[in-house]
Ligand binder design. Structure first.
Ligand SMILES: [Zn+2]
Length: 301
């Protein structure tokens, strides 16, 4: 059947081996992206560990007077939400790297920090955000994952999960049995659910992923998996970092255009207020009859 080339019609496992490391750019991606499967892998007796790379708090967040206190509170709150979600899923507490949110693409040290940690943790499968994600930190984590998977001898497979952009899967994990727990776990991220209804959206995505899986499967998580023997070819053809570079260049251009626009608007305001001052000035008012006379003379001519 033709359609089977595009999406799986049977459930399979996204991971191989017994040591599964999940890289999450922010505290919540490990649950939204693959929380149901993580619970399932753990139930199967595998060791599952989430490594959360950024604090999840942007530098310009919490700009009130007591900014520092509020920022550290927010950072702690986000980490606690991830801890609570891991507890619901009966998974070990995530490990936090606390790097700057929004700045991962320029983080020069994180790859070595992760490499050191993962070299001793020895994952067999590395689970990371997909290369089609649009968020800059998600793309950075995807690139990090590919680079680490190539360098780490223990890694035999990389599995990409979806959060913000649906991927084209080659693997669907049945999470029907874990869906209620995943729902509970997603609802631990109260600070994030105030901003956007992620839990409902991700539940919709997981529901949709059961589309090709028959009546027994109600919810699934989608992955794109690549085995170690395919890494080189995949890296050459995926164009991941090239796309990121193009996106970054486009953003720089947009910022430049925005700056120009702001400058132009400022200039217009200045000119408008100069004109207004001129109209209000004494000399403008006393020379008004002369301007009237010139108009009349023009008409006569
Ligand atoms: Zn995220």
């Amino acid at each position: 059947m033709f359609e089977r080339h595009f999406t799986p019609y049977e459930v399979t496992s996204a991971v191989i081996g017994n040591r599964i490391a999940i890289l999450a750019p922010h505290p919540d991606d490990e649950v939204f992206g693959c929380g149901g499967s993580a619970r399932k892998w753990s139930n199967e007796g595998k060791r599952v560990q989430a490594f959360i790379i950024t604090s999840g708090v942007l530098p310009d967040e919490c700009l009130e007077e007591s900014r520092d206190i509020k920022r550290s509170n927010k950072i702690a709150l986000r980490a606690n939400e991830s801890r609570a979600a891991a507890k619901v899923l009966n998974l070990p507490e995530p490990e936090f790297f606390g790097r700057q949110d929004g700045a991962l693409l320029n983080d020069k040290d994180i790859e070595e920090l992760l490499f050191e940690r993962l070299q001793s943790w020895m994952p067999t499968t590395l689970v990371v955000p997909s290369i089609w994600e649009m968020h800059r930190d998600h793309r950075a984590t995807s690139e990090l994952g590919l680079s680490l998977a190539k360098r780490l001898d223990s890694v035999r497979r990389i599995a990409f999960y979806e959060v913000g952009v649906p991927l084209v899967p080659n693997c669907l994990e049945d999470i029907t049995q874990c869906q209620e727990l995943k729902w509970l776990a997603m609802n631990q991220f109260a600070s994030q659910l105030q901003v956007q209804d992620y839990a409902e959206q991700i539940r919709g995505l997981n529901k949709f992923r059961s589309y090709t899986l028959g009546m027994e499967v109600h919810y699934a998580e989608a992955f794109y998996t690549v085995d170690k023997s395919e890494f080189k070819r995949f890296c050459e053809t995926s164009g991941l970092s090239r796309t990121t570079q193009v996106l970054m260049a486009a953003e720089k251009e947009r910022q430049k255009d925005q700056q120009l626009m702001t400058q132009s608007q400022q200039r217009i305001h200045e000119l408008e207020s100069t004109l207004e001052q001129m109209h209000q000035s004494h000399s403008w008012r006393i020379t008004q009859p002369l301007r009237w006379l010139r108009k009349v003379l023009k008409k006569i001519k």
